[in-house]
Design a protein around this ligand. Sequence first.
Ligand SMILES: *Cc1c(COP(=O)(O)O)cnc(C)c1O
Length: 348
Amino acid sequence: MITIAPPQRLRLDSAALVSNWRWLAKASGAAACGAAIKADGYGLGAREVMKRLAAAGCRDFFVATWAEAAALMPLPAGTALSVLHGVGASDMVAALTLPVRPVLNSVEQVARWRAAGEGRACDVMVDTGMGRLGLTAAEATGGALAGLAVATLLSHLASADEESAQNARQLAAFHAVRDAVPAQRYSLANSAGICLGADYGFDLTRPGIALYGGLPRPEAAGHIRQVAFPEARVLQVREVAAGETVGYGATWTASAPARIAVANIGYADGYLRCHGGGTGSACWQGRVLPVVGRVSMDLTAFDVGDAAIGEGDWLTLDYNLPKVSARCGLSQYELLTGLGARFGRDWR
Ligand SMILES: *Cc1c(COP(=O)(O)O)cnc(C)c1O
């Protein structure tokens, strides 16, 4: 067997990840601070994220699916894992095999868990306005959960990243549910919800995006550090004469003699076409290199000017999440979860 290094790398800053969790834990007030690590830790690698956050003191983790949960076995000592999609009929084998709690999302799932869950603990999601998953507040307070061993009762904020009256309405609705439904713990806030203040903390918070360098609300500015730095490699540097074009559709024409580095990254890696046409850029030894022309499937061209860049050099893409999101229109979540399988995940 030969070992082939990944063609691109996603440089990942362990210290920044832990620092972000510590800030979120502090901002969570008296509540414990968990972590959403669904979608493979928002694309960074759930196992590696979990290991680092567990070592920092994080105890409560959330994934979306049972397949994601199974891939995290064995769990780090002292941690608990919950599956946000709950239990469908085809999930019961996994749910009874893995040391993981389902988050029950409907009266059907509650009935399934009562019938076949062997009395094990579960979490429950109640919808207070998200309109996505969860029992209605009327169902939850009307006896649907009577006698169930609920570890954590959750709800999820729909507009926590905005100045919306919906936040206070959901907070009030969650208080009403809490007063009526017994559970060991109550949990409402995601990253943006934590920034809304200690009132939203309850017993447990569930940040995701802010752990990974996303800015959920302005209150977190200056506290959240970038964690993920995509890097691509130069395949060749070309001299382009004035009047010549670069890339599909010939959308870029050199107005003067130019030097263009062609790097081994494209939309198949999640570096989408919205970064083309001079909006995106890379950095090399402190110099900013704008994207020229269209992003292709596996290649992107950068104007390197007179920088002494050559074949094999690594370029760091501009991937400051709030900034790039504002510029290209993709959400901070899409920017992270879109990063593909060709990147080596390189934790430092
Ligand atoms: C994804 C998710 C979170 C984390 O949300 P962020 O906005 O990434 O902080 C928390 N709770 C639930 C139910 C989720 O689905």
